[in-house]
Ligand binder design. Structure first.
Ligand SMILES: Cc1cc2nc3c(=O)[nH]c(=O)nc-3n(C[C@H](O)[C@H](O)[C@H](O)COP(=O)(O)OP(=O)(O)OC[C@H]3O[C@@H](n4cnc5c(N)ncnc54)[C@H](O)[C@@H]3O)c2cc1C
Length: 456
């Protein structure tokens, strides 16, 4: 192998100190061994790494937070471009904007923004990378109040596969800015995201109601009704799971199969209490409310999704409504899962998410969808995960007739089959993305993602 370029960050190869630790990703099922890991800490490093990979014929993966279920960041025998050295977050409280490094985690962005009482929509697990999360869309507790993360993306600094470093914004490369708002890591390596922030917290209100599996149908219906009636300044996730052994759950309910409703209120405690009250029409087995700092909310679920500790697989669908028929499918199939770690989080959309026209961003999903259903097989070992992988696939198939199509959020896809990627974007958006891909990455160098094949 020959190298023609100089990556200033460290290059790691098999056998080097730190190689094994650095190639690990969130999903323990991924055990890929790249030929080279380029640890980058500047756009110049990224440009050099991209050139190195292409000159040496290596498949290239880009690593932000390492949360991609399928291990897209870690090519076997290829080059992993590790962005963790690009993790600076600079907040300007006057303009309420953050400049966030392409390899920063959600925790780093949240901490920097909350130092000024600000936040932007992000994921619900704090060790998720802002990079992959944003490029696919980015949904979390603030989606109804402030839209997806991409709806707050003002500009992006991007290193293109040909080595040029460009800023995509309203005035420069607007097509590229549009494409990275949902089109994934297809077009270049983003070294900096400029994000619009909003006043949030610092204290927010959380309510968690859980219903036992015997009352799963009733629980899901009342959770749906509450979610559908929420104002914009509240976010919700409906979930089917085994109750975690968390301090706020009485010990006798630890690991009990159940369904739940998490409601986050961004205004007063009284307003939050009013939102939750109707959900108690079906008496919950766990009823917990608290006030907590926004950053603590963002870390609340971290222990339930520990890094590198479990094998995972997922599939997802959008629902225009969580109909009684869809709830029947969920309630009937929930008990068939084998692993207590497997779960079905259902993100409540609407509000600011629905304000954005479908063609304003490249987001893979329709803005009319009210729920994004993520079906997660998670197990301590490969066998348990394999059983629940089948559970997920069967559940996905059973839910499909209620979904209005197989398109799903690209950030909740372990496998990127071309038909499902195309379905996620729809033909018009996919074709527009393919034309932009042909301009910025005509050789499809960056293909380890929900791949947009360059238009010929
Ligand atoms: C436990 C868990 C919880 C999650 N919760 C949420 C949630 O609440 N909301 C939500 O919306 N999603 C959620 N996700 C999905 C998550 O958004 C995606 O997995 C996302 O791809 C993770 O980004 P990452 O940078 O951590 O991953 P990585 O595996 O590092 O990157 C994934 C892909 O993104 C691209 N990429 C990453 N950074 C860059 C960059 N700077 N420039 C160019 N390309 C880049 C690359 O193609 C890379 O292969 C969750 C995932 C997990 C595992």
């Amino acid at each position: 192998m020959t190298t023609t370029t100089n990556v200033h960050g460290t290059m790691l190869r098999p056998g080097d100190d730190g190689y094994d630790e650095t190639r690990k990703v969130w999903n323990a099922a991924i055990d890929h061994r790249p030929a080279v890991i380029a640890r980058c800490s500047s756009p110049a490093d990224v440009a050099a790494a991209l050139e190195y990979g292409q000159v040496n014929g290596l498949e290239i993966g880009v690593r932000g937070g390492g949360h991609n279920y399928g291990g897209a960041a870690v090519p076997e025998d290829g080059l992993m471009i590790d962005l963790r050295g690009l993790d600076q977050v600079v907040v300007d409280p006057a303009t309420r904007r953050a400049r966030c490094g392409g390899g920063a985690t959600q925790a780093q962005l949240d901490a920097a923004a909350q130092a000024h009482g600000l936040a932007v929509t992000g994921g619900t697990i704090s060790h998720t990378g802002v990079g992959g999360l944003t490029l696919g869309g980015g949904m979390g507790w603030l989606t109804r109040a402030h839209g997806l993360t991409i709806d707050n993306l003002v500009s992006a600094e991007i290193v293109l596969p040909d080595g040029r470093c460009v800023r995509a914004c309203a005035d420069e490369h607007p097509d590229l800015l549009w494409a990275v708002k949902g089109g994934g890591g297809n077009f270049g390596v983003v070294t900096e995201f400029e994000l619009q922030l909003h006043p949030v917290g610092p204290m927010v209100h959380l309510g968690i109601l859980l219903w036992d599996a015997e009352h799963a149908g009733e629980g899901l219906r009342v959770a749906r009704d509450v979610a559908n009636g929420l104002p914009r300044d509240a976010g919700a996730i409906i979930v089917a799971l085994n109750a975690p052994p968390a301090p706020f759950i009485p010990q006798e309910h630890h690991f009990a199969l159940c369904v739940g409703l998490f409601v986050v209120g961004l205004s007063s405690a009284d307003a939050h209490a009013t939102l939750l009250a109707p959900a108690r029409a079906v008496p919950p087995m766990v009823d917990f409310t608290t006030e907590l700092p926004y950053c603590a909310l963002q870390q609340l679920l971290d222990e339930a999704a520990p890094y590198g500790a479990a094998h995972a697989y997922n599939r997802a669908l959008y629902l225009d409504d969580l109909t009684d028929a869809a709830i029947d499918v969920l309630a009937e199939r929930l008990p068939r899962k084998a692993s207590p770690m497997s779960l079905i989080p259902i993100f409540s959309l609407g509000g600011a998410f629905a304000d954005v026209p479908d063609d304003a961003t490249a987001f893979g999903g329709r803005r009319s969808a009210r729920f994004a259903v993520n079906m997660d097989a998670i197990g301590p070992d490969a066998d348990t995960m394999a059983a629940d992988r089948q559970w997920v696939q069967e559940l996905w198939t059973a839910l499909l007739p209620h979904a209005g199509g197989p398109g799903s959020y690209v950030n909740f896809m372990t496998e990127y089959e071309q038909d499902r990627v195309r379905a996620a974007y729809g033909t018009a958006k996919y074709d527009r993305l393919a034309a932009i891909k042909a301009v910025y990455d005509p050789d499809n160098v960056l293909h380890r993602n929900a791949n947009i094949v360059p238009m010929r």
